[in-house]
Design a protein around this ligand. Sequence first.
Ligand code: DQA
Length: 150
Amino acid sequence: MSLPILVLNGPNLNLLGTREPEIYGRTTLDDIRALAEARAKTHGLSADFRQSNEEGELVSWIQGARTKASGIIINAAAYTHTSVAILDALLACGLPVIEVHLSNIFKREEFRHHSFVSRASTGVICGFGAQGYELAIDALANILSKAKPA
Ligand code: DQA
């Protein structure tokens, strides 16, 4: 069995379900965890799904992924727009990275249009709500299957 996909969620995503439902919907983070785990399973993969409100904890998890994960899916939430530390950790980890956002960040305030995470990502999925995580898992599974030695 290959190493799990690390699915990282940044600050305030623990509040999904009640947080600004007009933007983020009513789906909870636990619902998204279940979706992600089920989707990974369809590809013969597993998902290590985590959330933190702390930048340093996210950085440490990304560092740890170098030997413990096959790829990273990350919704860095507000840290997307501020964190050079998360960008540097992603660049250092040497793993494929897919960036996810529930909302379409380009339809929102100007400060959300810039993402540090994008510089380390193969691709970005935003605006599809929880389904974005499933799309990201499909994309990462495709990348990993191509990277496998024949
Ligand atoms: C978000 C978008 C960010 O701008 C915001 O700070 C979040 C959530 C999203 O999933 O749409 O917390 O990453």
